[in-house]
Write a protein that binds this ligand. Structure first.
Ligand SMILES: C[S@@+](CC[C@H](N)C(=O)[O-])C[C@H]1O[C@@H](n2cnc3c(N)ncnc32)[C@H](O)[C@@H]1O
Length: 206
């Protein structure tokens, strides 16, 4: 999938097929509904469908949405919208969710959850919105379903403890179960040179 991503798109935040494949194989059955509210280039949907699961998802960016949905048979299950509007889409209850929210640095202004709309600048606003989005995600999960959130701490001019912050805000709605550390192996993509590993936070809908 990664190899086929169009060149014009900035694919710095796409996760590898192998990460999704691992979790889907270990935590879901054939026919399971697999949800990704930040579907990006559609990695979750593509892999889920390839493994006989039914993908659902949301993407706010039109270009990514069109490209991602265009890769799969269940394209009608992918919605072009803000993940905060999950409830507007009449999704069925999901068996499993795996996702990677857009990241933000703690000293930044540009809030990726609002496409940089200056009315919503700042890290505090970003965390607050993400917290709300996870309350909406929880509403479409079956009782006992797992939600996997891939995250990294950002080592930039300022250190951003995203893994801790994601844990804290999501724990208000979903029950934390575990943190799985994945070590990247093989040749690292250019955009992952700084990271030896990534964190997958595991939550459950109680
Ligand atoms: C980290 S990327 C996900 C990449 C994806 N896992 C993949 O492998 O392609 C996060 C995505 O969330 C999208 N996004 C940002 N704000 C959003 C929002 N409010 N609702 C839904 N999607 C949003 C971005 O456009 C971006 O494609």
């Amino acid at each position: 999938m990664g190899q086929n991503t169009p060149h014009l798109m900035d694919n710095c935040d796409q996760y590898p097929d192998s990460l999704v494949r691992y979790f889907i194989e270990h935590y879901t059955e054939i026919g399971a509904r697999v949800f990704d509210p930040f579907i990006g280039f559609g990695t979750t949907a593509f892999v889920a469908e390839e493994m006989g699961r039914i993908p659902y998802g949301i993407e706010a960016d039109r270009e990514r949405f069109e490209w991602g949905a265009g890769q799969i048979e269940h394209w009608q299950n992918i919605k072009h919208d803000d993940a905060a509007n999950i409830a507007a889409h009449d999704f069925p209850l999901m068996d499993f969710c795996i996702t990677s929210p857009p990241y933000m640095v703690a000293n930044g202004d540009w809030n990726p959850l609002y496409s940089g709309d200056p009315a919503y600048d700042g890290y505090a606003c970003y965390l607050q919105r993400l917290e709300y989005i996870f309350t909406q995600i929880a509403l479409v999960m079956k009782k006992g379903a797992l939600v996997i959130v891939q995250s990294d701490n950002i080592h930039d001019e300022v250190y951003t403890p995203l893994v801790r912050d994601f844990h804290n805000l999501i724990s208000k709605t979903l029950t934390p179960q575990a943190e799985i550390i994945i070590r990247w192996t093989g040749e690292k993509p250019e955009y992952h040179q700084d990271y030896e590993h990534t964190h997958c936070l595991v939550f459950m809908k109680a």
